[in-house]
Design a protein around this ligand. Structure first.
Ligand code: 5GP
Ligand code: ZN
Length: 114
C-alpha cells in the first residue's frame, strides 16, 4: 500500500527506530510513547485492521504476539509485567490502518483502559 505509513516504514521510506525485522514481522519504537517502553509490532504484509483478519492470518497474528512478548522479556519486563494492545477501528482509537500490536511496559498500567 503506497500511501500506508507503516508500509513506508517497512520499506525504509520513513525512518523509525527498528528493534526487530524478519521476513514476516517488523518492530519499532512508537514515536509518541505512552509508557517508558512502547514498541509497535506489525506484519510485513499489509493488513488494514484486525477487523479484516482472516483465518489465513492466524500464524502472523500469533507471531506478532510472540515477537512482542520476546521484546518485552528481553528488555526485562517479563516481571513486573507488560501489556499488548491492538486497537481495531475508530472507536478503539485506531489511527494507522496497518495492523500493529502495541507493547507497553515500564510503569503501572491502569485498567480498564480509557
Ligand atoms: P493506533 O492509534 O492506530 O492504535 O496507534 C498508532 C500508533 O502509531 C500511535 O501510538 C502513534 O504514536 C504511532 N505512530 C504514528 N505515526 C508514527 C510514525 O511515523 N513513526 C512511529 N514510530 N510511530 C508512529
Ligand atoms: Zn501498510
Amino acid at each position: 500500500m503506497a500511501d500506508c505509513l507503516f508500509c513506508r516504514i517497512r520499506d525504509g521510506e520513513i525512518p523509525a527506530a527498528i528493534t526487530h525485522r524478519d521476513d514476516d514481522v517488523l518492530a519499532f519504537k512508537d514515536v509518541n510513547p505512552r509508557a517508558p517502553f512502547h514498541q509497535l509490532v506489525i506484519p510485513a504484509r499489509h493488513i488494514a485492521s484486525l477487523a479484516d483478519a482472516q483465518p489465513a492470518d492466524a500464524e502472523i497474528l500469533g507471531k506478532l504476539m510472540l515477537t512482542g512478548a520476546r521484546l518485552a522479556r528481553e528488555a526485562g519486563f517479563a516481571q513486573p509485567g507488560f501489556r499488548v494492545v491492538m486497537n481495531a477501528g475508530p472507536d478503539a482509537g485506531q489511527t494507522v490502518f496497518h495492523v500493529h500490536l502495541h507493547v507497553l511496559a515500564g510503569r503501572t498500567l491502569s485498567w480498564p483502559p480509557g
